[in-house]
Write a protein that binds this ligand. Structure first.
Ligand code: ADP
Ligand code: ZN
Length: 752
């Protein structure tokens, strides 16, 4: 057994005991970036603040050390729903955890308190309100609590976007419990919010750890909005039977969208703050328990949604800040598998937000706080900037949070994947469209204008004499679909208005005239023909399946996956817990890919620790076994190595080695495989070496420059290829081990 869990970003050593605990209870074999460092501060009792994006694995950082320390760690969490899920999840992993909050009866609270006093509880979850009560504080004093974990710590800062006054009282913890260390955890924090959290909590020389904000498994795209229903439907069609959230700006939009989707046969459930609390809770539970897959909601929905297999988040309007966007899209793909985030954007969104904010300020009766308004407007401007088709989406997000983005092409956004490309003669096309709008007296909608430009020979056109217009057939080399799309983009960009609800018609505005007079440029995007063809063949996900997705389904038997999913669903329903608490999708995919031949093989699968193995191993094995036998699927006899988890889509799902091999076979570069698998260069170069040995190639020019190849080959002639170090030394360390590894593999395979 490996004594230290390898970590991607930090070389902090953690005790063997901790590693054993993580393996036993969670079934994880590797730590995610910063987890080791964060756990170290908790074990050492040093105040800390850990900033990791949603899904980054913050909870483990206070949960695992709590087991090692053997006393009680208090976890402060803002929502009861959030606590309940965490407690259920911990119990499923065999960890003694309870919550004390207003959802419990007096009896239950008493029993809980007794268990805390007995010392049998490792993790005690409580709300900030409860922590403020004298009774609770004396209970904690009595047992001598030494550690507090503050979840969603940004709620303490009014600079953040989720300020909660009750969090302010947490500032007293350091004074009331001077022996205890306090550890904050959050997913959203700009430098300002970060400093504010540390100050408000009164942290003593805190260790502030900020993780990588990039979420490589999320595929981002921003599309100008012109027909919100059709566009939403298109996204949903790509995800049949999968979980998703559709965010709308207003309650009214939520109701209309969910109605419309119902009419289309989709069981979409609405959620907004105007609904009764009981109804909201019901929706929350339905979604968590996987009884429903599509929720249409305002931003009121989300906190406390721990469902890990959300495969898409669709925004039908622009969020009011990048923080919001990061948080809302962050709910997608928490299991590390691929997920897509689509934002339908219109230039009017920002105006609408401004109106909403100004109205609420006016209604509050308070004097206008200009600082506050400036803050709001700045956030809106940043968000609008993000929406423009200029910079890679992953890059813009990461840079917004003050980090650098390594690499040129993220491989997972609309701009980098060439999903859409800048339309070369956009200005000319825009002018032709706008002048056609003018010619028809600003009295027709998108479809009709597109038909005229295409030169369609239809009754409505002939009847109105529109075939006599100078703009008739002016863009006949383009399809109706393309033209409608571009007109829609112009609407989205605010370069032409669309007015009226039932039969929206196009109207020119000031910006339209600026475009026509060459005072303003119009940036349009188009979907290259090859992709458009792929999308049109009706194959659901065809055009969008990101590279991460192809990799993460690699070798997975989909029918077996569905069978296991069904079993998970039944078990969850029987126990009244959300399905993901039993196994995450990543675990099911892994099972459906590896297909262990014996029960013991299950304990080697990602996400199956001792408790889960004991409770669910036999039954999942039986289901798998039956399905495999019935369909004569091949099985894995040998004990399999667990893939390392790094938080990237591909990494935790199936054999990344296999994925790497396939990509290399198709001619991918080392960088591309690093992107797709989320692995470090050293690991990827090892994959390449393995591939070269298994499938000798005539040349490795694609991966190592000729000149370097030659130098390594020369050195190898002198010192041999058994070991890499002598070669490295012979070259005075001027060539990296990664390059040497590849060349040596090639030499070995070609008999040299
Ligand atoms: P956060 O609180 O940062 O949003 P979570 O703590 O909910 O993230 O973790 C997200 C997911 O990642 C969970 O399903 C969790 O079990 C899993 N996870 C956490 N740490 C690891 C790890 N070291 N290896 C594999 N999976 C992990
Ligand atoms: Zn990109």
């Amino acid at each position: 057994m490996n004594p230290t869990l390898p970590t991607a970003a930090d070389a902090v050593a953690v005790p063997d005991e901790l590693i054993a605990v993580i393996r036993r209870h969670w079934g994880f074999d590797t730590l995610r970036p910063l987890q080791a460092a964060a756990m170290r501060t908790v074990l050492d009792g040093r105040d800390s603040l850990l900033v990791l994006p949603t899904g980054g694995g913050k909870s483990l950082c206070y949960q695992a050390p709590a087991l090692v320390r053997g006393d009680t760690t208090v976890v402060v969490s803002p929502l009861i729903a959030l606590m309940k899920d965490q407690v259920d999840g911990l119990r499923a992993c065999g960890v003694p955890a309870i919550q004390l909050n207003s959802s419990l009866s007096t009896e239950e609270v008493r029993a809980g308190e007794r268990a805390v006093i007995d010392g049998s509880i490792r993790l005690l979850f409580a709300s900030p309100e409860r922590l403020a009560t004298g009774a609770f504080r004396s209970l904690l004093k009595q047992v001598g609590v030494r550690r507090f974990a503050i979840d969603e710590a940004h709620c303490i800062s009014h600079w953040g976007h989720d300020f909660r006054p009750e969090y302010r009282q947490l500032g007293e913890l350091k004074k009331l419990f001077p022996q205890a260390s306090v550890h904050g955890f959050t997913a959203t924090a700009t430098t300002q919010v970060r400093a504010d959290i540390a100050a408000q909590l009164g942290l003593h020389e805190p260790e502030i750890m900020v993780g990588n904000f990039d979420r490589p498994n999320l595929m981002y795209s921003v599309i100008p909005r012109y027909d919100v229903y059709d566009q939403a439907f298109e996204v949903l069609r790509r995800h049949p039977g999968e979980a998703g959230i559709i965010y709308c700006m207003r309650r009214r939009d939520v109701d209309e969208m969910s109605q419309w989707l119902k009419g289309k046969g989709i069981n979409a459930v609405p959620y907004h703050a105007g609904m009764e609390a009981a109804e909201r809770k019901r929706v929350h539970d339905l979604f968590s328990e996987e009884q429903c897959d599509v929720v249409v909601a305002t931003i009121a929905f989300g906190m406390g949604i721990d469902r890990s297999n959300i495969r898409y988040v669709l925004h039908t309007g622009m969020p009011k800040s990048i923080e919001h966007y990061q948080q809302e899209t962050g709910r997608a793909g928490r299991d590390g598998l691929e997920a897509e985030c689509v934002l339908l954007y219109s230039a009017g969104d920002s105006v609408l937000w401004k109106k909403i904010v100004q109205k609420s300020v006016a209604e509050s009766g308070n004097p206008v706080d200009n600082d506050y308004l400036d803050n709001v407007f700045r956030h809106l401007a940043d968000m609008e900037n993000y929406c423009r088709p200029v910079t890679c989406r992953h890059r813009s997000l990461v840079e917004y949070f003050g980090q650098e983005f390594a690499g040129e092409n993220c491989g997972a956004c609309d701009l980098c994947t060439g999903e859409s490309e800048a339309l070369p003669d956009a200005d000319t096309i825009a002018k032709k469209i706008l002048s056609c709008v003018y010619r028809v007296n600003e009295s027709f909608g998108i479809a009709h204008v597109a038909s005229i430009l295409r030169g369609a020979n239809t009754a409505p056109i002939r009847e109105r004499g529109h075939d006599k217009l100078t703009t008739y057939g002016l863009l006949k080399e383009h399809s109706q679909r393309e033209l409608a799309d571009w007109i829609g983009q112009l609407v989205g960009l605010g370069l032409v208005d669309q007015v009226g609800n039932e039969y929206p018609i196009l109207k020119l505005n000031a910006a339209s005239w600026e475009v026509m007079k060459d005072l303003r440029t119009a940036r349009l995007r188009y979907i290259p023909a090859a992709r458009a063809a792929g999308a049109a063949d009706g194959a659901g996900k065809s055009s969008r399946a990101s590279r991460a997705e192809a990799v993460s389904w690699e070798g997975v038997d989909r029918d077996l996956f569905e069978r296991l999913r069904k079993l998970r669903h039944e078990q969850a329903a029987a126990r009244g817990v959300p399905p993901y608490l039993i196994f995450g999708d990543a675990t099911l995919r892994e099972l459906a890919r590896v297909r262990p031949a014996a029960l013991e093989g299950l304990s080697k699968i990602y996400g199956i620790g001792e408790a889960k193995f004991r409770d669910f191993g036999q039954m999942f094995f039986e289901a798998l076994d039956a399905e495999c036998q019935a369909r004569e699927l091949s099985r894995n006899e040998a004990p399999v190595a667990k893939p390392q988890a790094t938080g990237s889509a591909s990494a935790r799902s199936g054999s990344t080695t296999q994925a790497g091999t396939d990509l290399f076979r198709r001619g991918a570069t080392i960088e591309e495989v690093m992107q797709a698998t989320g692995r470090a260069r050293s690991t990827v170069s090892q994959y390449l070496a393995d591939f070269l040995k298994a499938e000798p190639q005539t040349s490795v020019d694609a991966w190592v420059p000729r000149e370097i190849y030659q130098r390594v080959a020369d050195a190898a002639r002198d010192v041999g290829i058994e070991k890499m170090k002598p070669i490295y030394e012979a070259l005075d360390g001027t060539v990296s081990y990664d390059d040497i590894r590849v060349v040596v593999a090639h030499l070995a395979a070609s008999g040299g």
